[in-house]
Design a binder for this molecule. Sequence first.
Ligand SMILES: NC(=O)c1ccc[n+]([C@@H]2O[C@H](COP(=O)([O-])OP(=O)(O)OC[C@H]3O[C@@H](n4cnc5c(N)ncnc54)[C@H](OP(=O)(O)O)[C@@H]3O)[C@@H](O)[C@H]2O)c1
Length: 247
Amino acid sequence: MANAKGCIAVTGANRGIGAAIALALAREGYRVACLTRGGGTPDTGDAVLAERLLTLRCDVLDEQSVRAALACAAEEGGGLVGLVNNAGLHTTAKSAELATAEFERLMAINATAVFAAAREAHPHLVRAGGGLIVNIGSFFDKLGVKRNLAYCASKAAVGAITRCLAVEWARDNIRVVDVAPGYILTDLNREVMASGPLRSYLEGRIPRGEPGTADEVARLVAALYREDLRFLSGETIYIDGAQGIAH
Ligand SMILES: NC(=O)c1ccc[n+]([C@@H]2O[C@H](COP(=O)([O-])OP(=O)(O)OC[C@H]3O[C@@H](n4cnc5c(N)ncnc54)[C@H](OP(=O)(O)O)[C@@H]3O)[C@@H](O)[C@H]2O)c1
């Protein structure tokens, strides 16, 4: 079903922050292509929203499948007007013991796949007259975090990719923004973040005293699409309860 507002593709939309973003964009009236490895779709509990979701199998590490999924999203959704690069991976290891292969695995999903999906989306966005790419980074992009070297490096790369594409594609009417969350409560980490040592650590470290929610990140992303702020591009917007700038 094509849609007058066009289609936005969201990677890793089956769960966590990606699912919340897909639903928030569907609520804005967009057709949302949920690009997921296992073919899962977020649970809407609402027939009208469910109609706006298009589930497409896609492994972001497989460029062929990304190319095919974006072509299908553009075709079925009445033109591709956006891409949210959300799929990501977080692992930890002591830097002295971090294998090169593990470093490269995180870079491949968190950084290389972000660039590759943007490149594959580019011709579709140009055809649609322009659009907005939102890359989901992390406030770890500017922090030195023990046992997080690969993740921090990959998210810093997301900021750099965002800036370069924003400059290079501005004349194509394509804007690129990095939304960089702090600690976010999702279904997966709810138990570990809701109580115990991590909870007390976060209460002490996050100025507002508690982690963010997937819904807060999703509403920020939806606002970026809704407001269509043509002079905003290339920036990293932090949504971290001020943790990243706290002393
Ligand atoms: N949660 C936080 O506190 C937090 C903070 C800052 C930034 N972020 C960033 O926000 C994004 C989403 O995080 P989250 O917490 O929602 O993570 P999550 O619950 O672990 O979900 C990760 C998503 O990425 C997908 N994914 C992983 N590898 C993939 C691949 N090769 N192809 C397609 N999809 C793949 C997963 O799909 P499967 O279900 O198939 O595995 C899943 O949908 C990530 O980029 C993360 O780095 C999260």
